[in-house]
Write a protein that binds this ligand. Structure first.
Ligand code: HGY
Ligand code: MN
Ligand code: MN
Length: 408
């Protein structure tokens, strides 16, 4: 059965969704559970219904569009997320959800009913930019986080997931995870430079690297920048800066896949002539190897203790997210490679540097991911871009794989 999806419709849908929360430079800002996220959700739910899907919303706000199969058995599910970081591009997450809808449209157009039902999902708060941990909705779906614990997560302004989910009207009746898929496939942009540099069209994703997010709150003594001798300072900002330098040097020295980022830092009082008495910052450490990730965490912890002692400041640590590396189902990964090569697409096997909902779904069922190139490896940046031909190729691989799985 040779089904072809409509590339033009996919591009038009991506443009329409990118118009919600659009920001300067062509990107999107739809932080989880914001008004913009609600507007994006409402638009995609409308498209699901227009495609004849039965829409199910669960208690953490995950949305699943279900297309009936010839048999009432576990569905083949695809999906991703439509929340974005504040400086997001238009493809991260959105592409996988909208390509899933194009799979449905192609089946509808061909009048095909597959043996297994087909489900297209978007999960709540994949990004973790506003509420932590990231991949929150799929983690709850996979049973890795309690619903009430998720509801209790708060953002910088003290708004909770529970309150915000209620405010936007997406506390659904379904129990998260009630629909257990037979298999899950996520199509996503690589968000890194490998496929683009190697001119490879399809990434056959074998695993997702481990993620460690920790927030540190440092308390020192604010003092006059001019009159306070260096020997008397208890400078919270100095510790934060020292950790940034240490973590970066550590990642270079460890090499391999080790990466380290201090993406969030707030000083108080944040004034040019006052030694800061408070610093709140987050450290993001990742590695494909769990032991190496643990080593990196231990080294950062030891460095912080040493500087805190010398600078005589107090430090409190709070783990925001901690996920071990996840290996996808080998047989399903092989099928991704098979379908990409059947379309004469160049492929390469690789780990995912970014976290994805698929890493949670692997806890429930055989799961795999399909990557398409990100131009210059840019992502979480308004200039995030993937060429139309690559978007279409990835979606065609998804379509062919989903049909095989749904007829299998
Ligand atoms: O942080 C991540 O890897 C994902 O974008 N949430
Ligand atoms: Mn994503
Ligand atoms: Mn992302």
């Amino acid at each position: 059965m040779r089904l072809r999806l409509d590339e033009g419709r996919l591009l038009a849908a991506l443009d329409a969704l990118a118009g919600i929360g659009a920001i300067e430079g062509g990107g999107c800002a739809r932080l989880a559970l914001s008004d913009e996220d609600k507007a994006g959700r409402d638009l995609v739910v409308g498209w699901m219904k227009a495609l004849g899907l039965t829409v199910q919303i669960d208690a953490i706000g995950n949305v699943i569009g279900l297309r009936a199969g010839r048999e009432a058995v576990a569905p083949i599910m695809t999906g991703s997320h439509i929340d974005t970081v504040r400086t997001g591009g238009r493809y991260d997450g959105n592409y996988g959800v909208l390509a899933g809808l194009e799979v449905v449209r192609a089946l509808n157009a061909a009048g095909v009913t597959t043996r297994r039902p087909i489900a297209v999902a978007f999960f709540t708060n994949e990004e973790g930019a506003r509420f932590q941990p990231d991949m929150m909705g799929s983690l709850v779906y996979a049973g890795g986080l309690g619903l009430n614990e998720a509801y209790a997560a708060v953002d910088k302004d003290g708004q909770s997931v529970g309150d915000e989910l209620r405010r936007i009207g997406y506390v659904g009746a379904a129990r998260p995870g009630a629909m257990q898929p037979h298999a899950f496939v996520e199509l996503h942009i690589e968000q890194g430079p490998i496929l683009d540099e190697e001119k490879v069209q399809i990434g056959v994703v074998e695993s997702v690297q481990g993620i460690s997010w920790t927030e540190y709150t440092v308390t020192g003594i604010s003092n006059h920048a001019g009159t306070t001798p260096m020997r008397l300072r208890r400078d919270a900002g100095y510790l934060a800066a020292s950790v940034n330098l240490f973590a970066r040097r550590l990642a270079w020295e460890m090499g391999g896949n080790q990466v380290a980022t201090m993406g969030a830092l707030a000083l108080r009082p944040n004034l040019i002539n006052v030694v800061p008495n408070r610093a709140v910052f987050a450290v993001d450490l990742r590695n494909t190897d769990e032991d190496k990730l643990k080593q990196a965490e231990a080294a950062v912890t030891a460095h912080i203790a040493e500087v805190a002692r010398d600078e005589r400041v107090e430090v409190e640590a709070r783990v925001l997210a901690r996920f071990e590396p996840v290996v996808f189902d080998a047989a399903l990964v092989d099928r991704v490679e098979h379908h990409a090569r059947a379309l004469s697409l160049r492929t390469r096997r690789m780990p995912s540097g970014a976290g994805h909902d698929a890493q949670m779904m692997q806890r429930l069922c055989p799961t795999a991911m399909i990557f398409v190139p990100s131009v210059a490896g840019l992502s979480h940046n308004v200039k995030e871009h993937t060429e139309a031909a690559d978007l279409a190729a990835g979606a065609q691989v998804l379509l062919n794989l989903m049909v095989e799985l749904a007829e299998g």
